[in-house]
Design a protein around this ligand. Structure first.
Ligand SMILES: NC(=O)c1ccc[n+]([C@@H]2O[C@H](COP(=O)([O-])OP(=O)(O)OC[C@H]3O[C@@H](n4cnc5c(N)ncnc54)[C@H](O)[C@@H]3O)[C@@H](O)[C@H]2O)c1
Length: 350
């Protein structure tokens, strides 16, 4: 524990944090927010899907695997924010072992390293994919957990591992189950390869880098017949991570040692595929041709979060819930030379 921060809230006092996966999309934005709040940050990333240039200035960078976290962690760290994982749903179906080894195996090594070095606070990037296709929308944390692919299953396994670690060894942890993360934060934005997320794919069409956007199914029981998803601005998501770390403070925080809190993070507002496409047309001023395609297996009509628990337990309030603002920030990023995410084949993965 950092002597200057012991027993205090990281929200009020500066702390020292390890950010695994901080060269990726979400991790780099959270690392930037931590630095802006006056904290000290070390990024541990193997650059398998991330970029060295995405690591925010002011963060120390260690190129390495989360499996080697023991070489980085020491008792001076106040906590870990764990983003490092593979997250392509389709790839996880084709090569499940890759996902068990990296996402589950890597997290196991990280928990061991945290215990051995006495670092007792963890924020983990979980996902809406742990719920699969829940019957009731908006989705609360007590919805049945039934992932439909190895990616979601690997994240659920880590959530279980973390819960057990908290009960057995006094870790304090918050798993944040993100819905569709979108938008950008200045020079930090989404660059997946291949890209599978809807907003960057539609922006590629607006840029003329893809011919058309495929709309998978137009006969869903939704207002315009296309699938509805919950898009959360990456900067709102980052705020939740700092609040989660603060909730694990030792002076009466809501998540004391031995506790594992699981919170959904979403906008609470669903937007349909057609609304996203229309918004991209308005924001960019460019044409976006569409191609009608059949429904994809396993694509539920609506996936919208209830984030009431995060509001209640963490004091979180998303403030960038307007789709046009989310798309505008993503568009500004996409036009930077560093913002050219790779063309992908599908849309809508969580
Ligand atoms: N982007 C979303 O919409 C979304 C939604 C739900 C959950 N998540 C989760 O959030 C986290 C971040 O997602 P992202 O979109 O920023 O992905 P990303 O691919 O941009 O970032 C992941 C980072 O982790 C690194 N990494 C992977 N395995 C590693 C390992 N073993 N050791 C060290 N570094 C490793 C990669 O190089 C990359 O920089 C992931 O855990 C993902 O499952 C993302």
């Amino acid at each position: 524990m950092n002597g200057s921060t012991q027993g205090t809230s990281p929200a009020r006092q500066s702390g020292k944090y390890l950010v695994t996966g901080g060269a990726g999309y979400v991790g780099s934005v959270v690392a930037a927010h931590l630095l802006e709040a006056g904290h000290t940050v070390t990024v541990l990333d193997d650059l398998s899907t991330g970029f060295r240039a995405a690591v925010p200035e002011g963060a120390a960078f260690v190129e390495g695997r989360v499996q080697d976290a023991a070489r980085v962690l020491d008792p001076a760290y106040d906590g870990v924010l764990h983003f490092a994982a593979y997250s392509q749903v389709g790839e996880s179906v084709q090569d499940p072992g890759k996902y068990w080894r990296n996402n589950v195996g890597g997290s196991m090594e990280l928990l061991d390293a945290m215990r051995e070095s006495g670092v007792r606070r963890l924020v983990f990037s979980s996902t809406a994919a742990t719920y699969g296709e829940p019957p009731v929308v908006p989705i609360r944390e007590d919805a049945p957990e039934a992932p439909t692919n190895p990616y979601g299953a690997s994240k659920l396994a880590v959530d279980h591992m973390i819960g057990a670690e908290c009960r057995a060894h006094g870790l304090a942890a918050v798993s944040l189950r993100y819905f569709n993360v979108a938008g950008a934060y200045g020079s930090h934005g989404e660059r997946h390869d291949p890209e599978s997320h809807l907003i960057p794919l539609v922006l590629q069409v607006a840029q003329g880098r893809r011919e058309a956007i495929s709309v998978y199914g137009e006969d869903y029981p939704t207002p315009d017949g296309t699938c509805v998803r919950d898009y959360i601005h990456v900067a709102d998501l980052a705020d939740a991570h700092l609040l989660a770390m603060a909730a694990m403070s030792e002076d009466g925080g809501r998540v004391p040692s031995g506790t594992h809190l699981v919170c959904n993070l979403g906008n609470g507002n669903g937007f349909s595929v057609r609304e996203v496409v229309e918004t991209v047309r308005k924001v960019t001023g460019h044409p976006v041709p569409e191609t009608a395609a059949p429904r994809r297996e396993g694509d539920p009509a609506q996936l919208v979060a209830s984030a009431q628990r995060a509001v209640r337990e963490l004091g979180w309030r998303p403030s960038r819930t307007d789709l046009a603002e989310i798309v505008q920030d993503a568009w500004d990023f996409a036009q930077r030379p560093s913002g050219r995410s790779a063309p992908g084949s599908g849309a809508g993965a969580v």
